[in-house]
Design a protein around this ligand. Sequence first.
Ligand code: ASP
Length: 649
Amino acid sequence: MDKETSNAELHKETQTTEVVGKPERKRHPSMLEEQISIFNSLEYDPQKHARVLVLYTGGTIGMCWKNGAYCPEPNFLVDAIKRYPHLHDSSYATVFTPDVDLQPLVLPDCHEPKTILYYVKEYDPLLDSSNMTAEEWSNIAKDIYDQYEAFDGFVILHGTDTMSYTASALSFMLENLGKPVILTGSQIPIFEVRSDGRDNFIGALVLAGCYKIPEVCIYFNHKLLRGNRSTKVDNSAFDAFDSPNMKPIASVEIKIYVDTDSIFRPHKLNKFAFMTNMIQNVAVLRLFPSITASTVKYFLRDPIAGVVLQTYGAGNGPQKRKDILDAFREATDRGVLIINISQCSRGVVNPSYETGQALLECGIIPGHDMTPEAALAKLSYVLGKTEWDYQQKRAMILQNLRGELTVKQSRQLSIIDADLIEAVAQVMQVSSSEEMAALRRVLYPSLICNATRSGSIATLESLKSAGANLRVGDYDGNTALHIAATNGLVDVVKFLIDNGANIFAEDQWGYTALDNAVRFDRFEIIRILRAAGAHLKQSPTKIASELCYTAAKDEVDRLRSFYFAGANLDQEDYNGCTALLTAVRHRSVSCVKFLVGVCESSISQKDRCGFTPYSEAERMKDKDLMYILSHIPPKIKQTESGGKLNGSP
Ligand code: ASP
């Protein structure tokens, strides 16, 4: 019985669905924007709340049974979610606004440190994922880009059939991703009693909101898989996805276990960006023993630009079929990129047989252990990079760009590893390899933090080569990046970012490395972190309160730090007061001078009693301030990387 039939059968058995009735009303498109602006309300607190944007593209998870088939039903899911107490805490939601339409959805307490607030953006039309194309991938990528700073993570509700393709494509299209993007769906619609959709959805929300896994993943049946390693393996079991060449990144059981070592660490972080120029002239060619040369030649004709060649075993092809090999050679000479991946779902392409060598000699690039979905997506992405020439594109296919292939790492034992950890192990009488691994996990974070504090990049390098994960925090959640930012260690910050540090990691008080750099006025570090994509996470109103406090104390460097970190210095605090007005009231002359150079609206803005900064200075009879406020200099341009760092405005 295939899945459609089994679902139909099941539907008949489960006529009494938990949710009945029609949608209450159609959501208007600007509602999401209005809802997001509620985030800036007084009650939203980033230390207590995690924000997740749900992009609902379609798929079985939201389908209804109509005219003898499952099809997506527009404007249905959100109203249904609101009626499930496991998916929405309606009384908590009223804290944010009494307007039911503008309230966030609130995931009831699930014993995580933060409460998850989520918003659903429903696509029009909703699609069965078999109808999805690169255009839909681009829409998703753009939506994530547009809302990147407003959310801690993203969940994509998607049909299972092409979920691995979308996950693979997004993993390449979303460049320098620093936040979780988790695709999920279900085998049975969420409205039905036996649905797997509720568990999948809740797990994805929790992982996207509370776990800093900056990757595109698939969450299904209690497993979090790297998206570009995943593949749909079963069309009727709940355990529908697997990543045959990689263990799950996390498993959701009574506790949530995250294998932090397996999280992809990029070599360099830049600002988050997205690429949509995915080349569509790519295809899969699966060898079989009597394939004809004319089929192969026909397949490789223009306009094909990239081919995923599925070969036998460890990457073997018919070395004695000169006609076929000639066709391959002729295509690669024309600039067609051909990647060799195995027809076996497990294992690596390894040209150690003559038959594998023959393909290599035709210019075919070994695809290591990539899935066909990842290889296709990588080809589309690499071919779309107009700034790379043919040789660079070939080199990029071989490289591990997003964790899509396994690169063998030689593990050298360093002095630290051999001496210190083993000495401790001996004293503690640690003998088994499991105990030894546990000991390393406990000791490495302290060693990393220590080495960071003393600015020793050499020690950090040696710890890394011994297998330590430089992203992991100590008992306070302080990561090496936090410490380096606090202490103004510019080179260490650069080293950590180049080695995959997580710029959004929070310590136990919710502070990121950027918050620390601001609190200690580390201008250069703020610039580096901003260039790597970091941004402030506090609500604008809360930042404005800090700005006012800072202005009152005339701490002009702190104002500069906030400015370089991307804060809006025109923002009003809870009382409708701006930093400039506060600076005037407290006669903070250097702050007033700085603020008039960078502020826009607050220069003429009235507070609740009708005072502008100038009228306030006049009332205070402060001639110096009146002079400064009536001689506004031209605005300093905020640079891409976080502002003008040298000199003051
Ligand atoms: N045909 C559906 C889709 O991919 C299957 C599913 O969601 O499970 O949209």
